[in-house]
Design a binder for this molecule. Sequence first.
Ligand code: ZN
Length: 311
Amino acid sequence: MENRILGLHHITAIAGMAKQNLDFYTNVLGLRLLKKTVNFDDPGTYHFYFGDEKGSAGTILTFFPHEGARRGSAGTGMATNIAYAVPEGSFDFWIERFEKYNVIYNKPSEKFGEKYLTFLDPDGLKLELVIPKNTDNRTPWETDEVKANVATKGFHGVTLTLQNKEKTAQVLTDIFGYTFREQSGNRYRYATDAVDTANIIDLVELPNEARGLGGAGTNHHIAFRVKNEEVLMQFHDKIAGLGYNITNKKDRNYFYSLYFREPGGVLFEIATDNPGFGIDEPWDQLGTHLMLPPQYESRRAELEAVLPKLD
Ligand code: ZN
């Protein structure tokens, strides 16, 4: 159990204007801003983390906002649809809210016996709210306007769009311990029983669809969760042994991680629970300061001057 992949850890996407991204996810969707930091590979831009109270794995959505970024286009070789679990009976609230904030959404529909409501964020990133078949008992983050009886509980799963699903499915089943569950048309559902939530990956096969083009409104990578660095390195050796080009362990301040590109083209990361978001801010103040990793602390004034204003 402990040495398995424990569902999703986080999902990272690209956004346009930082303030617009921050307002949408905190105010409209009601997520907690867990961390305001910089892109460690490009410290003149932000990296935002949104999630539940403590930034539990399986609730964390992160963005690299770039002012004036070109819009990407969703396509094959990409994660194309992020699904959040919400409580039964919450769709009326969300539809009213989407109307109020001019959010583009579709009327509710159903797949695999679960009701879902698709909507777009301000950059066109596709998300959906799902009422899971099995009640999701996670405690959501609450805001004044988005209370627990309607709030998102974290990820239900994510959809990967692929020209051919076979080799991606093999990574999920043979390396990550997922099993095939159900098929509906060209959508194939995989899940792991290692955890009860954030445990679904849908593969949608579109042989004639163009490759996705990265940019604002598209997903950059998805990260799978492991308990600690010891398990992380077990996966490193296993994946490297199968001939994949996998990175060495990276210190991402709030977790340790590895990256490799799966054969269908989606960038996969594996990330640890430790050390978590409390490492550099008190729990009750998460997201309220600009947090810089040690290598950039000496450049704080310079970076604060170039980062976009958020108020
Ligand atoms: Zn990541």
